[in-house]
Design a protein around this ligand. Sequence first.
Ligand SMILES: [Zn+2]
Length: 390
Amino acid sequence: MTKPEELIQVIWQAHEQDLVSVVRNIHETPELSQEETRACAWQADLLKAWGFSVETGYKGIATAFNATAGTGGPHVCFLAEYDALPGIGHGCGHNLIAGVALGAAVVLKNLLAHHNFSGRVAVMGTPAEEQRGAKIDLIKAGALKGVDLVLMAHPSDGATSPYAGESGIRQFMVSYTGKPAHAADCPEKGVNALDAVRLLFNGVDAWRQQLPETSRVHGVIRDGGQAPNIIPDFARAKFYLRDFDLKFLDQMQVRFENIAKGAALMTDTALKFSEIPNPYKPGIPNDPLNQAFFRLARDAGMQPQWSKPSRGSSDFGDVTYEVPAMHAYFNITRDNPDISLHSREFARAAGTDFAFSQMKKTARILARMALQFIIEQDFRCKVTNAFMAP
Ligand SMILES: [Zn+2]
């Protein structure tokens, strides 16, 4: 009988060219969140050609899709992302996330067919990670119902590593309305909304010293008045609050709103405090999945390292509350410390042969993990138990 690695190699070679061409196309045609129509169509066409049943416009989201193959259980799902960043294209390398998901799925589909194993394999296309967080809309619409395992992998400017978890995030728009007046001739007739925003920032800075190391608060001013000779009657700031703990995020939100109210009270302005939809929950790691990824990445020569939880946030966090899941990272920068995520240099790195070779290794690792989950009851129990009691 063929050894698993040899069989995977044969399957991979039969599909690699078409896969890399789609990944290249997505890289060369960056599309922003919720506008990923071409990326979505290219992936759907390829998955159809590979024998998957594909549903586009999945759960009413124009650029989401779901592709499935196989029958019976367990049901494993690989998540693809494919949105780009304004101005810098694929500076987060989401073209490679799509490549890993499709590559892992086609390997697993053929492995299951070869061995006549029961099991379902899916690729779910999850758009708009950078802005809207469509995974949350998909979860609300029941897209993960019946799924037993979710795997995905993201390119990285750091080491190849398992999923150590990440911060949750809540986003707020804080607007103040005052009254305009000539700033020199009759300032006493004005109510200054920019003062409220300045006091909001000062209040946050006074709070910051007492925040634990796990938290982050950061904001920008979106409107701060029109001209120095007009008392600003409208000013607005956007803030992000982050922490690893959901309950603590609740407390942070109460305190932040109180600071915003205080600034309104001090300036006699009217406050509008609104939360931006789809907050991301803090991601929870799954140790058995992480251990399996670490071992396979080491065997593949990817020099994995255990990392600290990410201080960034992703809509993947919410997935970890629904189903056993892992979001691994794979290095594509040859550890060049001058290249960082969300930069033009990283976008360039996401289109190199080295990135494609790392994508290939990672896709094959995820396929092997998924196969292990499907055929080894002991592994499946460990993963599921770790999910139930993290
Ligand atoms: Zn990303």
